[in-house]
Write a new protein. Structure first.
Length: 397
């Protein structure tokens, strides 16, 4: 059959129109899978916390049958080594090469500050299971950024509120010299208005605190509030006790004594006071199942890192289901994430306008557990439905 040039043009036009129609129809269906870049600190002194994040996230995926929102799920795991320059390279790879839909897993605030802009500017969803630097809660907030943990000041705000109500005076403050350290001590001082005996920042990589502890002893404070996460916390608390300070000056901590560090610290931590938004003894069905299954799968107790990462999986599942798997509809997907229509292991959870949680904070005491090992037992609720201090500076509504 001979087809004229006019006929060929007509046929080509019909084909183009048909392909366009097919393309339009295809966008009405859900994505064929969801691809997630999981970047965390899986080596070095903070590796235990990063491992807890990974294990908590993976348990959530197990509970969902390996599918998030019904979509087949691909997870790409990378170790950022707690180095911002390494993290930036991984972020670029996730966005440009792997073409991920979501990035999560980030532990450290300095790493988060390095990767936030390149990820969110590319309109890729970034969900923090831990890091909560203050700039991202305030004027650098993004519609593509969410946190299932807390803003970095929150635990210490609770401790500051507790010690303020207790009428404490002459408190000595210590933290590493990086974004989270500054945020934590700022949060403590926001609620504690009593006298300070001193405020010391140490290098993030420092693990020998002998000189600082000698200075602390000389200052003769009535109490110490310290923030040292992961392996830093183990070293700090052990050295504090070995120096004989624990029997003289009570130590209060946030983000320092938890289920990742407690086994290494041991009985030396008994009697110490912490703050928390989650603990394994929170009494709701979601948390009971999470704790039991976590111990069975990994043969160790979950931490708040594990719980927060588990909530990332459940948040994503709720949002993907809400949009019927159409995650390419960014506006709908973001709205579904903001709705936070899932059962948190904390029970009480919703997002503020800056996409950080509004939640309760508790006092915790290290006690000897039923198995003879030290454990954290939640006590009084210090802050209820707590909002972070920076949301007013975030332009999101």
């Amino acid at each position: 059959m001979i087809v004229s040039r006019q006929g060929r043009v007509l046929v080509r036009s019909v084909m183009v129109a048909s392909l366009a129609a097919i393309s339009l129809v295809s966008t009405a269906y859900s994505a064929d899978k969801i691809k997630i870049g999981f970047m965390s600190t899986l080596s070095g002194t903070l590796a235990s916390a990063g491992t807890n994040l990974r294990d908590g996230f993976n348990l959530g995926l197990d509970h969902l049958g390996g599918k998030i929102g019904g979509l087949p799920t691909e997870i790409i795991i990378e170790d950022d080594q707690a180095k911002p320059d390494v993290a930036r390279q991984i972020a670029d790879k996730f966005v440009e090469f792997n073409k991920v839909d979501v990035v999560t897993g980030i532990l450290a605030s300095n790493v988060m500050m390095a990767v936030h802009a390149p990820i969110t500017n590319a309109k890729v969803v970034l969900i923090s299971p831990n890091a909560g630097p203050s700039p991202l809660a305030g004027d650098q907030c993004s519609e593509y950024f969410f946190s299932t943990s807390w803003q970095g000041d929150n635990f210490s705000e609770a401790m500051g509120a507790y010690l303020q109500a207790k009428g404490a005076q002459n408190v000595y403050l210590m933290a590493p010299n990086y974004q989270a350290g500054k945020d934590v001590l700022a949060g403590f001082k926001r609620f504690f208005k009593g006298k300070l005996a001193g405020e010391v920042y140490t290098p993030l990589t420092q693990v020998d605190f002998s000189a600082e502890l000698a200075q602390l002893r000389a200052a003769k404070p009535a109490a110490v509030f310290a923030f040292y996460p992961g392996g830093l916390g183990i070293q700090f608390v052990q050295q504090y006790v070995q120096a004989g300070l624990n029997s003289q000056i009570p130590l209060y901590t946030s983000y320092t004594i938890d289920n990742t560090t407690l086994p290494a610290i041991g009985d030396a931590a008994i009697g110490m006071t912490v703050t928390a938004s989650w603990n394994d003894d929170i009494d709701n069905e979601q948390n009971k199942k999470f704790v039991a299954d976590y111990k069975k799968k990994y043969n160790y107790a979950p931490s708040f890192y594990s719980a927060q990462a588990y909530d990332v999986t459940m948040l994503l599942d709720s949002a993907v289901r809400k949009v019927g798997g159409k995650i390419e509809d960014k506006a709908a997907f973001l709205a579904a994430l903001k709705a936070a229509d899932f059962k948190s292991v904390r029970g009480n959870f919703k997002f503020n306008t800056n996409h950080f949680p509004i939640q309760d904070f508790y006092l915790g005491q290290v006690v000897k557990g039923g198995d003879g090992k030290p454990a954290i037992k939640l006590g009084e609720r210090v802050l209820k439905d707590h909002h972070d201090a920076y949301a007013a500076n975030c332009p999101l509504k």
